[in-house]
Ligand binder design. Structure first.
Ligand SMILES: Cc1cc2nc3c(=O)[nH]c(=O)nc-3n(C[C@H](O)[C@H](O)[C@H](O)COP(=O)(O)OP(=O)(O)OC[C@H]3O[C@@H](n4cnc5c(N)ncnc54)[C@H](O)[C@@H]3O)c2cc1C
Length: 363
């Protein structure tokens, strides 16, 4: 990952000074020193109140909550936000329809309220979008359907062919690259910063701060030695938008489904879920299947220019791990394992982390 990060910095020609101007510095993982200086000019790594490991949606949202509460926050990440799995997500921001953990904790409800506010601010990359949730299973909408904002059964002429159930909803969706930039901007505005570099061990972070928050997604399997978390690979085909302004998502199809989601000039087409796929390499056969399925339900996608294929690793786990353990010399709060709902649960989980650190009850 570090090599990829270096390649990215090189190909984007972002000089160190410019990175620092937006609150990013590059740390040589071997020497633990600022990569812009020679080893002879090494600067000691500054201590902070909290080290957040990970710059995906979970790490950045957590960092926003902690930095805006007045804590000194350093985010340590092997990748830039736009290189993470989070940047690949669609992303529908909720409500979380299926996660069992959600009804128990209300993380989704907290996040829904936050996304409703963000959707009113265009610079966030979040907006309310109409779309159809559809299924090939059964003939009646599921019991949860009427609770989704904007619920309206699909008239027969708006049902895509091959589907037996469908209804319209109106929910927030995030253009993730823009949304992650927005989150990092909030962290930096509150005095936090992002440091690029891989951690070999959570103890390295514990040496830097009294509190470590572990938001390493699927990579927590190694970093936290947790075999319960594993990657579920997802693939999106990105097309030039032929003029779509609503999304379509097939629910009740666990391993391969039909989905498209427009974001400005781009449309993201999905989707698949490949258990334990660690290789972030696209599969041309999967690309072909995704294109065929989507064009079948939306003929305007035929002939649209392919802009790219993106891969992400959903951090699947039996339940989200949001709990504390003691490392030598530091508290460590784990916040990972959000599977296919990380965006939708992000604000609720981040607020729980804040409450755990301060000992105050959640607002
Ligand atoms: C195709 C696809 C579509 C999706 N659609 C949706 C959707 O519509 N709605 C939704 O809510 N969710 C969706 N998801 C799920 C969502 O993307 C994830 O749940 C979420 O991105 C997980 O975020 P994260 O921050 O935990 O992990 P990541 O984004 O993977 O971030 C992990 C971070 O940890 C860092 N890291 C890991 N190990 C180390 C280390 N040793 N040292 C330093 N840094 C390290 C990484 O560099 C990275 O910055 C989708 C996922 C995919 C793949």
């Amino acid at each position: 990952m570090d090599e990829g990060c270096r390649r990215f910095l090189w190909t984007q020609r972002i000089p160190g000074q410019q990175l620092r101007a937006v609150g990013i510095s590059h740390v040589d993982p071997l020497w633990g020193r600022d990569g812009d200086h020679g080893k002879e000019n090494a600067v000691p790594l500054a201590r902070s109140d909290v080290v957040v490991v990970g710059a995906g949606v979970i790490g950045l949202t957590t960092a926003v909550c902690l930095a805006e509460a007045g804590m000194g926050v350093v985010i340590r990440s092997a990748e830039l936000p736009r290189e993470t799995t989070s940047a690949v997500a669609g992303a529908l921001c909720g409500p979380t329809i299926t996660g069992p953990e959600d009804s128990r904790t209300g993380w989704g409800l907290v996040s829904d309220a936050e996304f409703a506010v963000l959707a009113g601010q265009p610079e966030t990359g979040v907006r309310l979008m109409r779309g159809r949730l559809v299924s090939r299973v059964g003939h009646a909408a599921p019991a949860w359907a009427p609770r989704v904002p904007g619920y309206l059964p699909c008239p027969a002429e708006q049902m895509p062919s091959g589907f037996s159930v469908g209804f319209w909803v109106r929910i927030p969706a995030a253009d993730m690259p823009r949304y992650l930039d927005y989150l990092l901007g909030r962290v930096v505005a509150a005095g936090g910063r992002l440091e690029l570099g891989t951690l070999n061990d959570l103890a390295e972070a514990a040496a830097r701060a009294p509190v470590v928050v572990n938001c390493s997604g699927a990579y927590a399997r190694d970093l936290a030695a947790d075999t319960n978390v594993h990657p579920v690979l997802g693939q999106h085909v990105i097309l030039e938008n032929p003029g779509l302004d609503s999304f379509l998502h097939e629910y009740d199809a666990p391993s391969a489904w039909t989905a498209f989601l427009p974001h400005g000039e781009r449309v993201l087409l999905g989707g698949v879920a490949v258990e334990n796929g660690w290789e972030r390499r696209s599969d041309p056969e999967v690309t072909r299947h995704i294109l065929t399925r989507c064009i079948e339900v939306e003929p305007r996608l035929a002939g649209a220019r392919i802009l790219g294929v993106e891969i992400g690793l959903r951090p699947a786990r039996t339940t989200v791990r949001l709990e504390e353990e003691l490392l030598t010399g530091a508290r460590c709060i784990h916040n990972y394992g959000h599977g296919g709902s990380g965006v939708s649960l992000s604000w609720g989980c981040a607020r729980t982390v804040l409450a755990m650190i301060t000992g105050e009850s959640e607002a």
